[in-house]
Design a protein around this ligand. Sequence first.
Ligand code: ASP
Length: 348
Amino acid sequence: MASLSLSDNPVLVLYVGGTIGMVETTRGLAPGPDFSCRLRAALARLPLARQASLPDFVVRESAQPIDSSGATPADWQRLGSEIAGCLAEHAGVVVLHGTDTLAWSASSLAFQLQGLDRPVVITGAMRPLGADGSDALDNVELALRFAAQPLLQEVAVAFDGRLLRGVCSRKFGGREAFVAPHYPPLGERVADDAVLFPARLLTTQQRGAPRFELADYAGLANGDVVRLTLWPGIQAWQLEAWLADERVKGALLEVWGGGNAPEDPTLLGVLARASGEGKLLAAVSQCPGSSVALGRYAAGLGLAEAGVLSGDAMTPEAAYTKLVHLLAQPLDDAERRRRFLTPLVGER
Ligand code: ASP
């Protein structure tokens, strides 16, 4: 069991939006003001022993907190830069985020903040802070406890008593809200303690030297990387309608089972033409929990021959944000393809 170790620097809590800080309005739930005061007041109602064992923290509220359903790669970039810019003064960072696209932001942050040497823990809530039966306080408390543990040196999601690798996380129904289909939890709540499982954390070798890659995502924030899910009967002209557009720089394909697609030469031709034009194409499975190995079946070989990269067991969120991350950097096509296939932060 890893012991709790509080650094001298406070944990930074960044509130960027989401249900956790929302209030009822005439148009439904929307981000509300004074989140910092509301959070401190709520934490002050915890039993004294629990309050006393929380790390010191400061809260910073985003000037315009958002519903995360409106987030774009430009928001991921802003968040990555903000965290990178203030990490040195904090033992760790807790990001309070809407759950709808939390796994996307977590995945993107993992690629931007490679070589992280302290915790960045993202959480949110299924019900607003202060609402009956809200999970907000439990999640914030858990995130704060994990964010004060120097052993954790990666981006993680704390939710419903568990800590998941951020780049392996996905939103799921129910109060549990997040799962990591291919990687076991990095930690969990045991009584009032936040316990890490050190053998599951990114190793120094996996993390490498701190080398934040704060690329400019703005050019890709308007849908330049597309996400396409196959359906039985999909036609080449439909794929072409997306991929032939010159604004499209990359595509994530969600294919069948272990990496299969229709053996339709016209459809495969559309993919081959797009990758021949330098578009970065990758495939993951649309079957939750499946891993893609293009070419295991004849029905998947055509994808590999068309230049589509295998996403292995990566989540769609990880594969998509990795495509954005690689396309935003001044790399040549061969280097982008090489990096896509290389595990960077435990995503594959
Ligand atoms: N729509 C909200 C958001 O993602 C949902 C949530 O926070 O649970 O911002």
